[in-house]
Ligand binder design. Sequence first.
Ligand code: HEM
Length: 374
Amino acid sequence: MFDLVYFTTLVLAFAAPTIAFPAHASLAGLSREEMDKALGTLKFTPPPPPPGPLDFSGTKLVNDAEHPFMDARPGDIRGPCPGLNTLASHGYISRSGITSCSEIITAVMEGFNMENNLAIFTCYSAFLVNGNLVTDKLSIGQKTAKTGPDPPKPATVAGLNTHNVFEGDTSMTRADAYFGGDNHSFNETLFQGFVDFSKRYGGGKYNLTVAGEYRYKRIQDSIATNPTFNFIAPRIFSAYSESVNPINLWVDGRQDDGQLDTEVARSFFQKMRFPDDFHRAARPMNGENELDVLAAHPIEPGTNVNGVNTYTPDPTSGTLPDKCTLYENHVNRTVRSLYPNPTGNLLVALKANMHYFYTSVQPKGCKEIFPYGR
Ligand code: HEM
């Protein structure tokens, strides 16, 4: 389930007594002994509640003088999410790429006009599995040898690159982890598929019709080529959400017509940069048009159970329209499997973050669950 490089690196980090546990590395999956060692070196930061909705939620210039684009410096982290990469390049979140959910939620609302509950749902679902719950820090990707000092250091943490707990297969412009492990870098060949589909189905623009066709194509690609293809919760949520984010959040708020120019798309996907004069969306965007993408080619959550072309539905997985089961799956299965017996500050932090996560589905009438007690 985890990235091998990540665990190898953690093991090496523990082997050297002088190296403290990285404050932005996830504690998920550590043995009791490793956990105790790590917790001894980390300072507990109680997680603050998530920020509420914006006071002013209309469109406005966001590529402004206070948020100039700057290239990532050596050592800065960027990852599989072009939205968060862009916010880091413009200083809406820390340019280092090490951040927190409070900072991300404010930034995705301020910079893109993502709706408050969607921002909370997305961020806490990722933070619970990829973040350091004790220090309240999250890395938006992985420090790679390429960006390290000379001589290059090995990767230290996987952050949002960690495979199959939030990051997953069948991305639009990133390869499946199965193919060589680079699941986070922009891939020009895949992007050309995105452009090609925008021409075929959208008259040159990426829109909801294209999203339905391209999402289906990427799923079919993974079924046919990736023997480990996995498309159950939480990936089922993130994949459809990511198909509509470009339509909802990358079309300039003054244009507001759901038709994304593919050069604008490239600016975000590859260059991690707001176009000049970019104005955020005209209103808070809640991502509910993801259901239109699913409706174009309905597919049940499932996996390739025995090699390529063995896609089999998994009836125990939450489905896209059923956010309550997605929430329950995540809390009761994914997070619990990563943290079977938390104690001390880790337990306090887990309970608090799970509650914050719950607040995003509370308006849908979901029942709060307490896998670690109240
Ligand atoms: C709210 C916090 C957010 C978190 C924690 C997050 C996390 C992620 C992660 C882990 C991925 C990789 C999934 C994968 O394809 O395997 C991803 C992809 C993506 N994210 Fe985000 N994201 C967030 C907000 C945003 C925002 C605000 C936007 C747009 C403005 C955005 C746009 C995208 C897109 C388009 C992809 C798909 C990339 C591709 O398929 O090539 N995300 N995100």
